[in-house]
Design a protein around this ligand. Sequence first.
Ligand code: 2NL
Length: 339
Amino acid sequence: MENKLKSIRDKVLEQINSADNADKLNDIRVAILGKKGELTEVLKSMRDVAPEDRPKVGQLVNDTRAEIEAILDEAKTKFEAAAREAKLKAEVLDVTLPADKNRIGHRHPNTIALEEIERVFIGMGYEVVEGPEVEKDYYNFEALNIPADHPAKDEQDTFYVNGDILLRTQTSGAQVHEMEKGKLPIRMISPGRVFRADEVDATHSPSFHQVEGLVVDKNITFADLKGTLAEFAKEMFGENTKVKFRPHHFPFTEPSAEMDVSCFKCGGKGCRFCKGEGWIEILGCGMVHPHVLEMCHIDPEEYTGFAFGVGLERIALLKYEIDDMRLLYENDYRFLKQF
Ligand code: 2NL
């Protein structure tokens, strides 16, 4: 029995020495120590051993088993360490490789223009107030003196959500909401997205942005309108910018005007940029129509006001000399990174 155990032990040692991976070790473990393993069979044959020899032989079997297990474990640890070593070598990190460059984002030309406009008016004591893009027909049209049968309503070719609710065509609604609150005086601008069922081309888009302004107080006159907008033009386009007001018509203002600025490229002499005119149209404006004030429960005998509206894209296109509005919406990084 002793010899048999010794021969098993020697055979196993030799097998372990020649094993070259963890799987083979496992095969050896099963062949020797498993349910039907050689050493297990030896243990089963203990019944043939004389009772007085059993403790000694049993001890010997157990010692052999413990020794083989220890050697198997040691070999397994060696294989695992070698495998880890190989894995680490394969995954080596080259810290000298230059990292991918981070592209830092920046403001869209529309945002740059809007923040510039906001800066000018905040500097003159105006508040910035935003309103809802989905608006009631009343706040977009009716309250602005554009009744259901008014031709201005057709011109704006509106997107309707249902008969009463629409995507706003101008940000005026925000100002009507403010006037309805009844807290006077008002000095505000309301920037935001507006919608019109226009075909896309170099100067049109079904969704664009507007900044409207409104002042309501006692003794506000057309002189306040002119002075304010002349100052705005100088701050936006340069100290030497002149302004010109041409009579116009809007249903919500009376009198109404369009304001031109002297061409900031040629100073007014006429060039390619202003198409030889010397002047560039910038915004629409006027004194708030008395009926608009009345509908907002403001007494037009006591209070007057002026209002204006500018297209944000128009300002951005002019200021940054962009010749096609569509470029503003494509978000091509090669275009955007120039501003
Ligand atoms: C343009 C110019 C304008 C207004 C907008 C306004 C707002 C209220 C009352 C009176 Cl709440 N007016 N806004 C005034 C004049 C011109 O926009 O070209 N619009 C299409």
